[in-house]
Design a binder for this molecule. Structure first.
Ligand SMILES: Nc1ncnc2c1ncn2[C@@H]1O[C@H](COP(=O)(O)OP(=O)(O)OP(=O)(O)O)[C@@H](O)[C@H]1O
Ligand SMILES: [Mg+2]
Length: 442
């Protein structure tokens, strides 16, 4: 039997008696960002401590996780709101409840897969998120240092999540438990949800960084500088794999500055440029010939929107493949060794503790475009691709300039449109439909 009176900072099987209590929100900057607090209160629990067995304790946590997943809702926020979350105490108070809600919902998502227990990757994912849930619920609001180290630890442990989830989803598909469409839908939802927890926990880690506290959202993000950095990285990778790299012209039309997460813009541009570089290299075969066909990035925007266009003359995408390029299953490259791809593609863009030093493939993982679109949509933007077969491809990235695009959280698993159905006119940037569902998710 264990005595439940623990406020200690490390995980153990003792629990403070107020464990199920929901903390009031005090830090969310605007009422509209949060749909009030939750109705659950621990009124029937008497003050003091009780003793339960380890098994009972685990059961209590499991029930709490179910409650968090089913009865509570995450709170979508805008980049501007996140940018203003600079008070560590208030943000910690908010995250101590918000992150467990989001992790619990991801556990539930895994459990919604048919026979999920028979897939090692799915078991691993479930266990990682359940563990994150437990660790956070064991903390109290005063555990400042342990909250920070717990967040770092969760990020480190979850660094290969993309690999696990893509691998797991592909296994589910191979077993014919799911169609491609269902697998894509699952991955979209899962990976979209992951972006939100990344942003929020990275924001806390950034503003509490001991040396130079800052926000992860750069209020004056310079897209040209970000594109230059992404172009350098993509060209270096291209040279590594092909021995040479086509030229990239960057055209700055508007000298735009806007609030954005630079690492996410970098990720998207890096993926688009890798695709263009690969297409041009494979079409022209030498730097001398490719010199006449530079990849061109144009950056401009009006008061509301920042637009980045990446154009290449790499031969385009067959029109019949245009839907498929948004699938996590689709690649025309030699499928990358999964381990290598994972080691490079899965690290969190803002993961300050990443110790990955492998060399990524230029293509072959199949996730570059769908994930980039996920990132764009998450912050109220959009990514589009147009192809002129036998000539080239244009990718258009639209981003919300004011930073008021709301986080695209799925609130109802069954009610959201499938990827393809956005093309039927239901997609509307970052707005909500009448049921409050954010359509920007996909
Ligand atoms: N600019 C482009 N020109 C020609 N084909 C392209 C272009 N961009 C994407 N494609 C096609 O779309 C496919 C999917 O692209 P995506 O970036 O999602 O995955 P990938 O490049 O195959 O792998 P990775 O996830 O490692 O980037 C590519 O394999 C390629 O066939
Ligand atoms: Mg790619």
């Amino acid at each position: 039997m264990k005595r439940l009176a623990c406020r200690c900072t490390r995980w153990c099987h003792q629990v403070y008696v107020g464990l199920p209590a929901l903390r009031p929100f005090s830090c969310v900057p605007s009422a509209s960002a949060v749909r009030t607090s939750h109705s659950f209160t621990p009124g029937s629990i008497l003050p003091g401590t009780v003793e339960v067995s380890k098994q009972r304790f685990e059961e209590l946590l499991e029930s709490e996780m179910v409650h968090f997943a089913r009865a509570l809702r995450p709170h979508p926020m805008t980049l501007q709101q996140i940018l203003h979350l600079t008070d560590p105490t208030a943000l910690r108070t908010f995250l101590l409840e918000e992150l467990p809600i989001r992790y619990a919902r991801r556990v539930q998502l895994v459990e919604s897969l048919p026979n999920w227990k028979s897939y090692p990757s799915m078991r691993m994912i479930r266990s990682l998120y359940a563990d994150a849930f437990r660790r956070l619920r064991a903390l109290t609001q005063d555990d400042k240092d342990s909250f920070r180290s717990t967040l770092q630890d969760i990020k480190r442990r979850n660094a290969n999540m993309l690999f696990h989830v893509v691998k797991g989803a592909r296994a589910v598909r191979t077993n014919k438990s799911f169609t491609d469409e269902q697998v894509n839908r699952f991955l979209d939802e899962f990976l979209t949800a992951r972006i939100g927890t990344d942003i929020l926990s990275s924001q806390y880690l950034s503003i509490t960084r001991p040396d130079s506290p800052t926000s992860i959202i750069n209020p004056e993000c310079d897209p040209v500088a970000v594109v230059r950095a992404a172009a350098n990285d993509a060209a270096t990778l291209c040279r590594h794999h092909y021995g040479w790299s086509p030229p990239i012209d960057i055209v700055d039309v508007g000298q735009v500055r806007f609030p954005f997460i630079s690492q996410y813009l970098n990720y998207i541009m890096f993926e688009l440029l890798k695709n263009s570089l690969r297409a041009v290299v494979e079409r022209y075969g030498s730097r001398q010939v490719a010199e006449a066909y530079p990849i061109r990035v144009v950056i401009c925007g009006d008061d509301d929107t920042v637009v980045l266009r990446v154009s290449d003359c790499g031969g385009g995408i067959p029109l019949d493949d245009m839907d498929q390029v948004w699938s996590y299953m689709f690649t025309t490259a030699r499928p990358a060794c999964e381990e290598v791809a994972a080691a490079n593609a899965c690290s969190e863009p803002e993961d300050e503790d990443s110790d990955d030093d492998g060399v990524a493939p230029l293509a072959g993982f199949g996730c570059g475009l769908p994930l980039s679109r996920n990132y764009a949509c998450y912050v109220g933007g959009w990514l589009e691709l147009n192809s002129i077969p036998e000539f080239g491809t244009d990718a258009y990235l639209y981003l919300n300039r004011s930073g008021n695009g709301q986080e695209a959280l799925r609130t109802d698993v069954d009610a959201l449109p499938m990827r393809g159905s956005l093309l039927n006119g239901s997609y509307n940037g970052s707005s909500c439909d009448s049921s409050g569902i954010l359509l920007a998710t996909e």
